[in-house]
Ligand binder design. Sequence first.
Ligand SMILES: Cc1ncc(COP(=O)(O)O)c(C=O)c1O
Length: 403
Amino acid sequence: MTLTTELSHTGRMAKRAAGFQPSPVRAVFDVSMQPGMISLAGGNPYLPVLPMERIAAMASDVVARRGLEALQYGSGAGTEELQALICQVMELEGINTSPENVQVTAGSQMALELVTKLFCDPGDVVIAEGPTYVGALGVFEGFQAEVAHVAMDNDGVDPDRLQDVISGLKAAGKAIKFFYTVPNFNNPSGISLSLGRRQRVVDICRAEGVLIVEDNPYGLLSFDGTLKPAMHSLDPDNVFYLGSFSKIFAPGLRVGWVVAPREVRGRLQIASEATTICPSVLSQLVVEQYISSFDWRDQIAAYSAVYASRCKATLDALAAYMPEGTQWTSPSGGFFTWVTLPEGIDTDQVLAAAIEAGVVFVPGSAFYADGGGSNQLRIAFSYAPEDQLTEGVKRLAEAIRRV
Ligand SMILES: Cc1ncc(COP(=O)(O)O)c(C=O)c1O
């Protein structure tokens, strides 16, 4: 009886519902919880680095002093003070914008949803790096947008290839809505767009009338403290900038933002209000308190030091244990490295063998919309401690050999 009812409901769903597929990262979540399992799958920040007691005091203080505001509905765009503080955070990467250009969202995931909702009709094309963030693919599929990938090398997306993809799509009569990019310590590849290429990519997109959506949750997590200028700083009117406190503070607060070109800001706010009425005021006030009364730059340095050491342990283990012919990226920040196995080895099959061996990762095909990445995989080094990363990579290498 239940089954029949469910089936008939499924049949009545909107066409876009077919695009709502479970995230491959979430799919391995239950497996990663099994006792003894080492997870190289989830890109979770390592929250034990946070001084929890101080944060507890901040949260308590917010409710005690400003509870009537914190627990009430608030402005659709976000609190004015947080909008201003976000501008200070963005200054670190060369962005000079005013608070009213900032729309606060429930994480940058929501910002990505809003921008896609605003621009994409079914059949429109989004250009994205290959590989790209799996959560972005989920959003694009949900709005029935087509995804065209541009390959990356160790300097990020190749501007000539981007130009070719744009020209090819235009020649085929496609409507390109934007180029979605994670230019710093890319999820999943760990690669950053080189300084030299940034201006060219920005110039090509402007000349071709293609918006850029710059998604930058990891940019401040540079291992040696070197920061690259945001693409938004190079062309503020053509680049939407997506930022987040999830990786530089804590994802549970769900506070992110989007800086939109002036012309679309109003519509973006209306779209946001239709989704959540207003971003959580309580979370915003906690973030305000954190940024204004705590040395958040030191906290980012503390996070980055942990990730740098975990990245090194991972790369050392890859060098020690991986079969010949395997390649991987050497990130200088962020959470991930991207492993390429010899052609013909299917990482979906490797995953089954790896789970048996006690390690879990996300197969490369999750990060492509076109079936690419079958001999690739993502390793997240952000959460597991060094000894587990080493053991995890060893188990993974054994599983690869077995397959
Ligand atoms: C590239 C990228 N964009 C966006 C997000 C979403 O982050 P949040 O919604 O927590 O800000 C993530 C999370 O892992 C990510 O890796």
